[in-house]
Structure formats: C-alpha cells, structure tokens
Design a protein around this ligand. Sequence first.
Ligand code: RIB
Ligand code: CA
Length: 304
Amino acid sequence: MTIKILMDTDPGIDDAAALTMAINDPNIDLKLITTVAGNVTVDKTTINALKIVRFFNQDIPVAAGAEQPLFKDFEDAARIHGASGMPGYEFPTDLPTPLHKTAVEALHDEIMASADPITLVPTGSYTNIALLFSEYPEVKSHIDRIVAMGGALGKGNMTSAAEFNVFTDPDAAAIVYKSGIPIVMVGLDITMKALLTHESIEELPKISETGKMLHDIIINDGDNSDSGIAMHDVNTIFYLLHPEAIKTEDMWIDVVTDGPAIGETVGDIRGAYHDGKTNAKVSVDIDAVAFNKWFLEEVRAIKN
Ligand code: RIB
Ligand code: CA
C-alpha cells in the first residue's frame, strides 16, 4: 500500500530534493504540495514548487500558503538557498498555475476527502499547519501522523538553541506539538549527520537530467562543509521509506516561544516532567551511509 502524503514546503534546495523523491518513488502517493514563507518569500517558494512539478511533468496540485509567521517577524534563509531559493538550473518556464485556494483550504479539502490515512510532511515552518488546526480542528482525527523536518535536541542552526523551521514560527510549532497527533521529529540531530557527500553529489549528473538538475541546485546550497551538504528535508522521505535506518526515542517535546532560546525544541529526555507522557518520536541517529546509497538509488530509478 502506498503512503499517502501531503507536503508543506518552502523550496528551498533540500525541499526540492525531497519533492523529487516524494514525486517519483512508487511507494509514495504525493497528493498535494502547499507552500509557505521560509527559505525565501512564499511567492518564490510557490514558483519553485511549480518548477519541480513541471520538471517531472506531473499534475500534482500546488497551493500557496502563509506569507508571514503567526506572530514572529519573518526572517528568510536566502543566505543559504540564494535569492531565488533554488538557483543553478534553468527550469522550464511554462509553469502550471497554483490552485485558486489557500494552502489551508487545500489541506482541509484534501484531508477531509481522503478515505485513506494521511501523513503530513512539513519541511518548512509550520505556519500553514497551525492555521489549519486552528481553523479546521476536525481535520486532526483524519491525520495519521506528522513527519516533520525541524527542531534539534542538540545545537541549532539559527541560534545555538533553535533550528530554522521551528525558529521561523515557534508559535506554530508549539501548536503542532500540542495537537495530539503522532509526530516524528526529523531534526538536525540526524540531518547534520546524514550529509550528502561530495562524492555522491558528483555522481548525480552522470545519472540523468534529474541528477544534473539536483547536482546543479545542490552545489549552491550554503549548508555545506568538507564532509558534504545537508539534505535536511530529504530525511523525512527517507524515514517514510526506511524507518529502520533511523533511530527514534519517544519523548515530550516543548517548544520555546520567547526569550533568547526562542524556537528551541526542548526534549524531556528523562521523562521527568510530563507524567511519563510523550508527544513525539524524536530522531536521534541515522545510518548516513545507507542514506547516501538510497539517495543515488532513488535518482537512478527516476526515468527522466
Ligand atoms: O533547518 C533546516 C530547514 O530549514 C530545512 O527545511 C531547510 O529547507 C530550511 O527550510
Ligand atoms: Ca525546507
């Protein structure tokens, strides 16, 4: 049985790679893409999502979402993803048009119409998801789980405490973690371990036009080091398809919504402060070699 997912994204180079895997893997049924302000403004994240859908000649609907976080001032990550959010490759210009409904409306309609359990996969800030739960709380019982890129038990990447997706809209993240829906936290603890190695990256353009496209955008990603380039969002899809390669621990996650640690995801690692209750499966380790091998296998399997 395929895994039916809705992706809420801020493409974004690693979002584009995650969308590539979700669109093309036969075990995943990507029903809807919604966009949010994050890496760049929502007009640009929407154009980038449409470029990926067009590149693969798909008719997956795309709906544009929030321009701003719920309360916090918006700060983008253009320093990492470039001014356009997805530089380096000349995509087709005859793009499809986005739905004439908001991301929240599109998420609501898709979730309520689905006869199968739905997995929500947010890879940007969680503003759209929080608005959805606030405006249409009835959707919660129709969502099987949330597999969210964001957060960190260890060091952040926006401050020493906070990871970008949660930092961008901590109030939204707090709403999501209090929603009662099972959450898998795919945070920096594993995404900074499973870097796509430079060897893997240089293999990509030899494979196909898809490989060339991914190579050409990925080499522009500012989240890079001598060890490789972080493909944060792709880890959500890797988890869906190969949960055995990622170790998780059940714990309660609180989100800090003000002060110098704003956006921190605080894990009750001893189970000492929430009467033994937990609200998340937190990713704590990953087989980085398996991730690289899988990434290349996925691209080799795409006929484009
Ligand atoms: O912290 C990494 C996250 O922030 C990823 O989702 C990346 O795309 C950026 O949005
Ligand atoms: Ca992202």
